[in-house]
Design a protein around this ligand. Structure first.
Ligand code: ITT
Length: 183
């Protein structure tokens, strides 16, 4: 049984579906934890995992995702959660008025077992839409159009999102790691 630590139910649903389909059981630890401020998501994630590992003995992982917009020099990136709460998707659309809309989601998973840490990264390239569209997904999904698509992540099904997403790409590497280790 692997523990997944997150306060975000949407993340848990996307991740548990994929992990359980791959034969791993997962337990949701619904916890909000303090994060350090840094420009590098891998550093933030590793620091959180180290702190949590002093309380949790079983194998666990956590996952940090950020939206990186090129014309804003990668903003909001590691500040995505704060920005989402403070200005939301309409605020981001306003910031991008007249600017290039190229963006990407980056997910970093930090997995901890026996006080050892392993990181896996997934990236989804795309662009920010001109307006919010769709009612599926969560967070920035209604304003993010994956490369090669003409709809936002909130306009496609969860299965379709899961087949291409930043989260799935990182998770596939974790699954590969766990499978090879179990051989
Ligand atoms: P935990 O840290 O407790 O796991 P969180 O919601 O704070 O949950 P993040 O810091 O990783 O998670 O997320 C940063 C922001 O990015 C947050 O506002 C999310 O809603 C948003 N986000 C994360 N994954 C996303 C996805 O797949 N699609 C759209 N928005 C996403």
């Amino acid at each position: 049984m692997i523990k997944f630590i997150t306060s975000n139910e949407h993340k848990f649903q996307e991740i548990s579906r994929k992990l359980e389909n791959s034969g791993f059981s997962i337990e949701w630890i619904k916890l909000t934890y303090e994060e350090i401020q840094a420009d590098d998501t891998s550093e933030i994630s590793a620091d959180s995992a180290k702190k949590l590992s002093t309380h949790i003995n079983d194998p666990f992982f956590l996952e940090d995702t950020g939206l990186y917009i090129d014309s804003l020099n990668g903003f909001p990136g590691p500040y995505s959660s704060f920005v989402s709460k403070k200005i939301g998707n309409p605020g981001i659309l306003k910031l991008l008025d007249g600017k290039d809309r190229t963006a990407r989601f980056i997910t970093v998973i930090t997995y901890c077992e026996d006080k050892k840490f392993h990181q896996f990264t997934g990236i989804l390239e795309g662009s920010i839409s001109k307006e919010t569209k769709g009612s599926g997904g969560f967070g920035f999904d209604p304003i993010f159009i994956p490369k090669g698509f003409d709809r936002t992540l909130a306009e496609i099904s969860t299965d379709e999102k899961n087949s291409i997403s930043h989260r799935t790409l990182a998770l596939n590497q974790l699954i590969l790691f766990l499978s090879e280790r179990d051989d």
